[in-house]
Design a protein around this ligand. Structure first.
Ligand code: NAD
Length: 418
């Protein structure tokens, strides 16, 4: 049996969207190949004095529309194909929301929960040194992703600046505020997911107060999505993390759960409250709900469970949570999927604001950031929805059509070197 390769997903989605757009292959073929892939060995001195070597990747899929932009994840299952797919999704995501970036991504194959804080710091710094020749504020700008946070970005910025010889905050986004991080950035992806949820409900004439919502993943994206969708007035009936899921038919107390999780190391399996049932992640995905927000890892909705999904709307907080086969099954069932490259684009949008602020050394108020984010997300949502109506294709294909149209236009002007 051949292993699942998410990059194959990207190629087939792009080819299909290019067909709907009537593009010649030569107008988009370069987008099927990452521009540059770097694989590095990352030796780390462990606390016990031994040395371990981890493998890391930085993939620059496209810099057609601007410098590369994409997070860095630390995960035991991260591999080259996953990072390639994640880099490509960034290219299309930045084009959908119209921010002047290409797409990149990085990752290290490691389970950071098994490392001490000091080991994680040394890993982050050595990985930064290994990819330093190809990153930079005008070249490729990392950000946090799965199992990385502002703390890692602080170490990254410090290491890169030490190597370069001058302070260079614009090399990364998602940094702590004290060193040039933007207000609103920690909440931005979840805020974007909330906006995408709000907008799709409006289009379908569904009152938000009547919606039951399930959120998979309670990290950066999932927790803020749950918080803000709860504040919109919807009922969050289930949430989960790597340990387990929580379920309450008449709605969970989201502020209380977030308070519980804010203590470092707390997992949902240890949350105990009357009336709250503990369920598995697989049970959670197929609950009877109106909206499902997958906000954990890729490949969660696949051919094995897509048929059992009862949600009417899926808003993809995670990158690549739905496989191509699952997408076909969901489409046939009439499930409306707001795709990742639109739904979770709030993070990269505010990362763009952070980078602009770093380059100008001029900082904006949070209100301005949130209001600009809302404008960009709503505009992108409308453009994708218009294509969906006009061409009678899924929202995912519509988002790819929108992105490809912009990318192909730039390619046409820039041409092929030499
Ligand atoms: P995170 O590390 O902060 O959180 C991940 C969450 O998923 C945690 O709650 C973890 O316990 C949970 N999880 C891990 N494995 C799981 C499993 N098998 N089943 C259920 N839950 C599981 O990561 P994040 O930054 O919130 O990223 C989540 C997703 O959103 C990823 O796909 C990421 O690429 C995507 N994303 C993140 C950002 C961002 O700004 N952080 C932006 C766009 C997209």
């Amino acid at each position: 049996m051949s292993a699942y390769n998410p990059y194959d997903n990207v190629v087939s989605t792009v080819r299909s969207a290019a067909g709907k757009l009537g593009l010649e292959e030569s107008e988009y073929i370069e987008l099927l190949y990452p521009e540059r892939e770097l694989k590095v060995a990352v030796p780390v001195r462990m606390d016990d004095g031994t040395v371990k070597v981890f493998e890391g990747y930085r993939v620059q899929h496209s810099t057609l529309r601007g410098p590369g932009k994409g997070g860095i994840r630390f995960h035991q299952h991260t591999d080259e194909n996953e990072v390639k797919a994640l880099a490509a999704w960034m290219t299309f995501k930045c084009a959908v929301v119209g921010i002047p970036y290409g797409g990149t991504k990085g990752g290290v194959t490691v389970d950071p929960t098994k490392l001490s804080r000091g080991e994680v710091e040394r890993l982050t710094r050595r990985f930064t040194a290994a990819i330093a020749p190809i990153i930079g504020p005008e070249q490729d700008i990392p950000a946090p992703d799965v199992n990385t946070t502002g703390e890692n970005m602080g170490w990254l910025a410090d290491t890169y600046s030490a190597l370069k010889g001058s302070w260079s905050p614009g090399v990364t986004t998602g940094k702590p505020q004290e060193i040039g991080g933007s207000l609103g950035r920690p909440e931005a992806t979840g805020r974007g997911v909330m906006i995408a949820t709000r907008e799709i409900l409006k289009k379908l004439n569904l009152p938000v107060e009547k919606q039951r919502v399930v959120v998979q993943g309670m990290g950066n994206v999932g927790s803020i999505s749950a918080k803000l969708i709860h504040e919109l007035g919807a009922k969050i009936i289930a949430v989960s993390d790597v340990s387990e899921g929580l379920y309450k038919e008449d709605g969970l107390d989201i502020p209380d759960i977030l308070k519980f999780l804010s203590t470092r190391g707390n997992l949902l399996k240890d949350y105990q409250k009357d009336g709250v049932k503990h369920i598995s992640n697989q049970e959670m995905l197929v609950l009877d709900t109106d909206v499902l927000v997958p906000a954990a890892l890729s490949n969660q909705i696949n051919k094995d469970n897509a048929d059992k999904i009862k949600a009417k709307i899926i808003v993809e907080g995670a990158n690549g949570p739905t496989t191509v086969e699952a997408d076909e099954i969901l489409n046939k069932k009439g499930v409306v999927v707001v795709p990742d490259i639109l739904a979770n684009a709030g993070g990269v949008t505010v990362s763009y604001f952070e980078w602009v602020q770093n380059l100008q050394f001029f900082y904006w108020e949070e209100e301005e950031i949130n209001s600009r984010l809302n404008v960009i997300m709503c505009k992108a949502f409308e453009s994708v929805y218009d294509i969906h109506k006009e061409k009678n294709v899924s929202l995912r294909e519509s988002a790819y059509i929108l992105a490809l149209k912009k990318l192909a236009a730039v390619k046409k002007i820039r041409g092929v070197f030499p």
